[in-house]
Structures are given as C-alpha cells and as structure tokens.
Write a protein that binds this ligand. Structure first.
Ligand SMILES: NC(=O)c1ccc[n+]([C@@H]2O[C@H](COP(=O)([O-])OP(=O)(O)OC[C@H]3O[C@@H](n4cnc5c(N)ncnc54)[C@H](O)[C@@H]3O)[C@@H](O)[C@H]2O)c1
Length: 324
C-alpha cells in the first residue's frame, strides 16, 4: 500500500525527507503546506501534489495517511494539531517547539490520540548508539562531555531567540537526546552563555548566544558538561563522549570509538536519516510497534534543552520540566 503523506513546511529538511521517501518507495507526498506560497507551489509542482497555506485546509481537501511537520521551532502547533485532530500518524522535525507550551500541549494530544509518532532525532537510529548503550549497561557512565561546534545555519530565522530558541534548543538538542539515551534523565542543569556580535554585524544578525556551556546532573548521579557554539566558519564536530570505569566512548554521527584495554572502532551500518523515515513508515503500516524516537522522547529532550536555555538566561540552576 502506498502511503499518502501530507507535508507541512517546504524548506530544506522537508526536501531531505522527500528525497528519502522517494528512495525508500511505498509513500508519496499528496499535499504541501507552507505559508510562503512560492515554496509550497514549487515543491508541490515538483511532486505532483496540491499546495496549501493552511494544514487544516490541506487535510480537509486531500486525504492523507500520515503527516510530516518540517517547520522551524516557532511554527510548531498548527500542523501537529491538524494531524492529531484527525487521528493521523505524525512525524515532527526537531526541536518539537520553541519553548515548552506548545510542545507540552501537543505531547498531551499525542498521548490521548495514541497515534504512531516519529521525530527528527535520527541519532537514535544509529546502530552505533545502540552499541554504546550495550557497552554502558555493563559499565555505567560517570561523566559525559558533549558538544556541537558549528557555523550559523543560513536560514533567516536562526539568529533570533524568538524564532529558533537558540543553538541549544536548535542543534545541541541532538547531543542532549543522546545524553538522555545513554545516561538517563537529567535532574539539574546550570548553564552560561556569551553573545558577542562581530564588528560590522548586519542589523539582522540576531540575538542568540554565540556559545553556551552547561553542567548537567543525571538521576544516576552521573555528571556532564555540554557545550555549543555557532561562531565557526563551518561545521567542525558534534559528539558525545562518556567515561565509565575502564571505558571511554566517543559517539558521533560518523561512528563510535571505544577505548578500553584496546581501541575498537564501529561504523554506522545505515544512514540514520534514512532509517528514521523507514521506521516511521513501517510503524504507520503496522509492521513495527513504534519508532525509536517517538514524540514523548523528543518532548523529554526538549525539556532538557529548554532548561539549559533558561539557566543560561537566568544565571541560576534549573530542574528540567517533568522531573519534579
Ligand atoms: N533532523 C535534522 O537533521 C534536521 C536537519 C535540518 C533541519 N532540521 C530542523 O527542521 C526544521 C526546519 O528547518 P529547515 O532547514 O527546513 O528550515 P527552512 O527555513 O529551510 O524551511 C522551513 C520552511 O517552513 C516554512 N514555514 C514557516 N512557518 C510555517 C508554518 N506555520 N507552516 C508551514 N510551514 C511553515 C517556511 O516558509 C519554510 O519554507 C528546523 O527546526 C530544523 O532544526 C532538522
């Protein structure tokens, strides 16, 4: 059965998913919704789909089996609500919101609807992440060090806190998700940030911090330092390292290296950006029970990101929402 996909958001990550769905087969995009009409029209025309500017209209006009929401952080809510009101399976790109209000509301709707969900936290689909978790089950982590060292993404909304949420919410969130996956829930965070616009920065340079450093304590007692910067000229690295007694792990999208008595290198088997879509389609078809990055997990990671952002803003320690 070919699944009919309604796409909300017609930007670069939406196009990436379209490419993956095309390669995988078994799904076709039937509608494209984007308030920026040229973007919606262009992608819809390429795909032989219908273009809309409102997700409710799109889902009323063209029947769909699942909805992909690929919008910037500030634009979450309408696409998810339109899908969930109709009981449709839902894939949401990360982060699942700007702050917590909309994301918590959608999280409650997801619970009530009981639909299949997937999210863009594709690091969870790395077989190397699974291997790291197995190794850490034998030798629990005491310390982690994670980082996202990058340039500013060239999208107009990214530099503004009220549009993107800042780099911790937008990018470091992948590493935070891995930290939760490997170390458990965070119970307290403290963070600080710096913003220093370069001389001659354009008026629209924005207001997000250029660098953030956080310390995090997990419910196991493990501690972590997590850092992000967008001040570089190109993406340098993003990774999570862990320290257990006698074991050091380095995990990135490119691979896992384990240092024990000897060094072992593991390479990912499949591109996780493909796996994340494949597993969502399988779950929608009932071929698997759930995805590896369902909405509830993404929401818990987003709570941690928001706690770090809030601590950097306020200068005081914060307990991530939902940990009591
Ligand atoms: N998982 C990943 O690896 C990954 C990679 C890239 C981007 N992303 C995430 O995807 C999101 C989008 O990023 P992007 O690079 O595609 O941005 P983009 O700016 O290229 O595209 C966003 C699109 O959303 C549209 N949009 C804005 N408000 C909308 C609304 N209310 N309804 C529908 N469409 C709306 C915009 O007009 C634009 O066409 C970001 O949150 C980003 O972090 C994830």
């Amino acid at each position: 059965m070919t699944l009919r996909i309604a796409l909300v958001g017609a930007g670069s990550v939406a196009r990436r998913h379209v490419g993956v769905l095309h390669r995988l087969g078994g799904a076709r995009v039937v509608s494209v919704t984007d308030p920026h009409e040229p973007a919606a029209e262009a992608l819809a025309t390429e795909l032989g789909a219908a273009a809309f500017h409102d997700p409710e209209q799109a889902l009323d006009a063209v029947a769909a089996d699942a909805v992909y929401v690929c919008v910037p952080p500030f634009a979450h809510g309408p696409g998810e609500r339109a899908a969930l009101r109709r009981g449709l399976p839902l894939f949401v790109e990360k982060p699942v919101g700007l702050g917590l209000d909309v994301a918590e509301q959608i999280g409650a709707m997801v619970e009530a609807a009981g639909v299949v969900t997937g999210t863009g936290y594709h690091w969870r689909c790395l077989d190397t992440a699974g291997r790291a978790r197995e190794l850490l089950a034998e030798s629990p982590p005491l310390l982690a060090n994670g980082y996202w060292l990058d340039k500013r993404p060239p999208v107009p909304w990214w530099g503004w806190t009220e549009r993107s949420g800042g780099q911790v919410v937008e990018q470091l969130t992948h590493v935070l998700d891995m930290a939760r996956y490997l170390l458990g829930e965070a119970v307290e965070v403290y963070a600080a940030g710096i913003r220093k616009a370069p001389d001659g920065a354009p008026q629209d340079f924005g207001d997000v911090d250029d660098a953030t450093a956080a310390t995090v304590r997990f419910d196991s007692g493990a501690v972590a330092t997590l850092a992000a910067t967008s001040a570089l000229a190109a993406k340098h690295r993003a990774a999570l390292h862990t320290v257990s007694r006698g074991l050091y792990l380095e995990l990135s999208e490119d691979g896992l290296t384990a240092f024990a008595a000897e060094r072992t290198d593991h390479c990912p088997g499949e591109d996780p950006r493909v796996t994340v879509d494949r597993e969502f389609l399988e779950a929608v078809r009932g071929e698997r029970e759930a995805t590896r990055a369902p909405y509830g997990e993404a929401l818990r990671t987003h709570r941690l990101a928001c706690a770090i952002a809030e601590s950097a803003r306020s200068g005081v320690p914060v307990r991530p929402g939902g940990t009591g």
